[in-house]
Design a protein around this ligand. Sequence first.
Ligand code: DAH
Length: 355
Amino acid sequence: MDNIPDINNINETYEKALGELKDNKTEQDLSTWRTKYLGRKGILTGLLRNLKSTPIDSRREIGQQLNNIKNLLENNYEEAINAAGKSDNKNSSVNHVDITMPGRPIQNGRLHPTTQIIREVCEAFLSMGFDVAEGPEVEWEYYNFDALNIPADHPARDMWDTLWVESDKQEKGNILLRTHTSPMQARIMENREPPVRVVVPGKVFRYEASDATHEWHFYQVEGLAVDQGLTFADLKGTLFEFAKRIFGENRKIRFRCDYFPFVEPGVDMSIDCFACSDSGSIEPENCSICKRTGWIEIMGAGMVHPRVLEQAGYDPNKYTGFAFGLGPERIAMLKYGIDDIRHFYSNDIRFLNQF
Ligand code: DAH
């Protein structure tokens, strides 16, 4: 199109614009029309801008003509848009609010399954007279190992694949991410006088690859009881009661010897398999939960090693104690039939919504 305005192309543009305006009925079409003719880069605006290129003697007249046309088109557009607005309001559902429609449901938040199980576990021990304490995830080598009767260079350190923290600071050995919650045994004994009854939930870290039963970070709940005259019978009674509260009244428990440097004797505790012994429908020889053994290991435990008591400042001739450590994710996996520990921390809402 010739952009230098003259009377002919001004009239032509006017006719064309009016014609097109009549064909447009909806607000949206009209708005497109307005952009085409009257917008900042519109045809009429372009003509006005190019006014300076017309011969000087006709510029005034043509300028007036252009402005007239622009005003006429604006007026026509206003009329058309008003008419369209009225009919749009009548016909469309967009502007119609149905106040009887039900609202959108609000999604409820909930506690993470690990948090739920930790609370359940702590609740069971709280009701037996224990209290709850928490400790640092970034820990001194001393509390994670030495204070627990695991000296430097002792092969027992290999039981925990450790993530070390690089630091120039060296007060109680090097700095690490705690590999278990047991360091809190020593910290608590350093700060309290017996009798002690405490459980310690918290996060732990291991330098190992994740698979269905291992994560590089997970939770533990540690337990410690120290007093005069505590025996293995107290350990058994307390943990038996715990097992019944979490896994049901019918549970049986079994202890077998195990080695942990900070307890003597050390044991692992199993419960009888609730899947094949309770249901009656699963035969023990087909049970995938207990792997056909009838028993499921749920924690490590033992009588606190005299050296651990001594190192924390307790007289091992006067006091005895028991300790235990369990993995809440493992408890939740058993209780709810979860087959892969990685589900806990992959943040899949379909998994989390089931709890
Ligand atoms: N800290 C041990 C681990 O991470 C678990 C454990 C075993 C804790 C026996 C205890 C215990 O307190 O007595 O493997």
